[in-house]
Design a protein around this ligand. Structure first.
Ligand code: NIG
Ligand code: FE
Length: 411
């Protein structure tokens, strides 16, 4: 790895154990290495010896001494519902008494109860309630955050959610990628008229896209949400605008959702607990990432694991995300999601870290991050750990010693 012009870097990180993840396997460690960046991009990643050979470094560059600490790419949380109002702790208590997530949804609770709270909140209130969650994710290393709409379920409130998501990115100095999830649940005013609601969703999408609020499109394809024909219509509307798609697929039953999103060359199929091997093959053919959401699996006390071996065998990349939401995953740490992915799904700590960096970036269609390499964004985290596996090993705790996004310290 060489430098274009390291002597003119804006910043330099010295004496760091770099987990570059550069290469198909292994952590790609450079011991006592150096990172340098300019205009928000890495312009040197290598050993101290190489750095010294380049010579003549600009004295004005900010110098950070890592003193042997471990450094990874900034974490990428590729599936969240961080923007919402209220909470659903009451439903958590109900579920502990044996009532299922599906029963609660059918009785008018679940997603629709968060819709009521989110509609009632002003944009500023929604931002005030959502920011602390985004801050918590950032505090644990997240520099790229996907945020979905889907608790507005009408044009005005979906717009409000997406605007709040954009404002979170601006306020925290991290990348926020927005996903329009109008097809999340059927709002009460469309009761019994799901097809008419999908018509409305397909009409809102171009408007929200024209306002610069939509980076991707998602839907919830499930027996308590929308069927494959309805999902297909949403995807066609996205395709007409050139927008990439992803899907809440096969979470509670095998609805062939993963195969459907693959057919649209989708970025990712998410949850995927009930995905069949045939659908896994379709994902592999179309480069669709499997986004594993062990937080929802854990909270719902699910027992059916995603088909990990099939993903590995067929070469489907696996991302790990929090799914941060008030119902199935009140989870505000991507590291904890990594840990749950290891414990429940038997990912290796290395797979979990790749899932929360390289593959997370892929699930968002972002080729400019997720590894430490020259030309990639200078998004990185300095960790207080003694070895890489500790990132998935500790449950909780404050492990970040510094978080940088685009070469700027954001924490
Ligand atoms: O990813 N499955 C659908 N959507 C969310 C849950 C949203 C909610 O319950 O509020 C999920 O698990
Ligand atoms: Fe989700």
């Amino acid at each position: 790895m060489s430098a274009s012009s390291p002597h003119a870097s804006d910043g330099v990180l010295l004496d760091a154990n770099l987990i570059t993840l550069n290469g198909d396997a292994g952590y790609g460690v450079i011991e006592r290495g150096v990172l340098a960046w300019r205009d928000g991009l890495l312009d040197f990643v290598g050993s101290r010896a190489e750095w010294d050979r380049v010579g003549a470094h600009d004295e004005r560059a900010t110098r950070v001494q890592a003193d042997g600490q471990w450094v990874t790419p900034g974490l990428v949380d590729s599936h969240t519902h961080t923007v919402f109002a209220g909470d659903r702790a009451g439903e958590f208590e109900q579920r502990l008494q044996g009532v299922s997530y599906e029963d609660i949804a059918r009785a008018g609770g679940g997603i629709v109860s968060t819709v009521r709270a989110t509609r009632a909140a002003s944009e500023d209130e929604l931002l005030a309630q959502s920011l602390p969650r985004a801050r918590a994710l950032l505090a644990d290393g997240v520099t790229t955050l996907e945020i979905k709409s889907g608790y507005g379920l009408d044009l005005i409130n979906e717009r409000k959610m997406l605007r709040v998501a954009r404002r979170i990115g601006e306020q925290l100095g991290i990348t926020v990628r927005t996903t329009f999830l109008g097809a999340h649940a059927l709002p009460p005013e469309y009761s019994g008229r799901a097809d008419a609601y999908i018509d409305a969703v397909c009409e809102w999408l171009p408007q929200l896209h024209a306002e610069g609020l939509v980076d991707a499109v998602d839907a919830f394809c499930e027996r308590i949400a929308f069927d494959t024909a309805q999902t297909r219509r949403v995807f066609e509307a996205a395709r007409a605008l050139g927008l990439p798609v992803k899907l809440h697929a096969d979470q509670l039953s095998d609805g062939h959702g993963a195969a459907l999103v693959a057919e649209f060359d989708g970025l990712s199929a998410d949850h995927v607990e009930y995905t069949s091997e045939e659908s896994v093959r379709a994902m592999a053919r179309h480069g669709t990432v499997a986004v594993l959401l062990p937080g929802a699996f854990h909270v719902l006390r699910e027992t059916k694991s995603p088909p990990l071996e099939a993903f590995r065998t067929h070469g489907v990349p696996m991302a790990v995300a929090t799914d941060c939401n008030p119902g199935t995953a009140p989870l505000q740490s991507l590291r904890l999601a990594m840990s749950l992915a290891c414990t429940h799904f038997r990912l290796t700590p290395e797979e979990a870290l790749r899932g929360a960096t390289t593959q997370g970036a892929r699930a968002l269609g972002l080729a400019d991050r997720g590894v430490l390499a020259v030309g990639r964004r200078a998004d990185f985290v300095i960790w207080n750990i003694a070895q890489p596996a500790q990132l998935s090993y500790w449950l909780g705790g404050e492990l970040t010693a510094g978080v940088y996004a685009g070469g700027r310290r954001v924490r």
